[in-house]
Design a protein around this ligand. Structure first.
Ligand code: DC
Length: 230
């Protein structure tokens, strides 16, 4: 276990497939901060709701499910883990189906309220890189450094396709691109905490940048912001 360094909350928001988790994980490692993947928490709820055959649009059923579900997230290690009622689901939630299920349950106000509480608890002491859709706007609106990581829809579809292929999943590019477009729409049009760039977030379009280039840009911004604070 890496000892967590003291420091600010660094928020990274953006649409699916923009590279948030890859970048956030590396950034956290470089800064010796904890990495907190909030999407994994929504996936965890989506996973359990799907297993139980719950209608993902049924607010009452989701509220009841949340009331008897314990989601835990351990971002202190190099390989963060998310558990549901003590069962490690970190691998099982990484499918396109669970991405769609997460997006569906993330519209629920009860689900969001419960996970918001957990996310604020995890970031309360700072020294974290947290990625999601509403970190800079809702979860930590006072985060010291906020990034909005974007890329073209084609590029995001291609990256996600590549990632799933490498994991040995049988996927089609057109279907992945279609699902990403649907999730974009659903995540940015929902009533509560929709995906949107915070006014004070630094926009980085990663379409033509390498992972290392994005990382260097972020480290530069973090360094200069922190140096500017008295
Ligand atoms: O980042 P991800 O693909 O693992 O996220 C899965 C879904 O969870 C995403 O489509 C919307 C939802 N989500 C959210 O509503 N708010 C967050 N902070 C993170 C994820």
């Amino acid at each position: 276990m890496i000892k967590r360094a003291q420091g600010p909350v660094i928020a990274i928001d953006g649409p699916s497939g923009a590279g948030k988790s890859t970048i956030a994980k590396l950034l956290a490692r470089r800064l010796k901060y904890a990495y907190i993947d909030t999407g994994a928490m929504y996936r965890a709820i989506g996973w359990k709701a799907t297993r139980e055959g719950i209608d993902l649009a049924d607010e009452h059923a989701l509220a009841e499910l949340v009331s008897r579900t314990k989601v835990t997230f351990n971002g202190g290690s190099a390989d963060p883990k998310v558990s549901v009622d003590g069962r490690d689901v970190s691998g099982e939630i990484r499918t396109p189906e669970m991405g769609m299920a997460a997006s569906a349950v993330s519209r629920s106000k009860t689900v969001r309220a419960r996970l918001l509480e957990l996310q604020r608890e995890l970031g309360a002491d700072g020294g974290v890189v947290m990625d999601g859709r509403d970190i800079g706007t809702v979860v930590f609106p006072d985060a010291e450094v906020k990034f909005y990581l974007d890329a073209t829809a084609e590029e995001r579809g291609r990256r996600r396709y590549q990632e799933l292929k490498e994991k040995g999943l049988d996927v089609e590019l057109a279907r992945i691109t279609g699902e990403i477009a649907m999730r974009d729409l659903q995540d940015s049009r929902r009533d509560i905490a929709p995906l949107r760039k915070a006014d004070d977030a630094i926009l980085i379009d990663s379409s033509r940048l390498t992972v290392e280039e994005v990382l260097e840009r972020m480290l530069g911004e973090i360094g200069s912001r922190r140096a500017g604070r008295v």
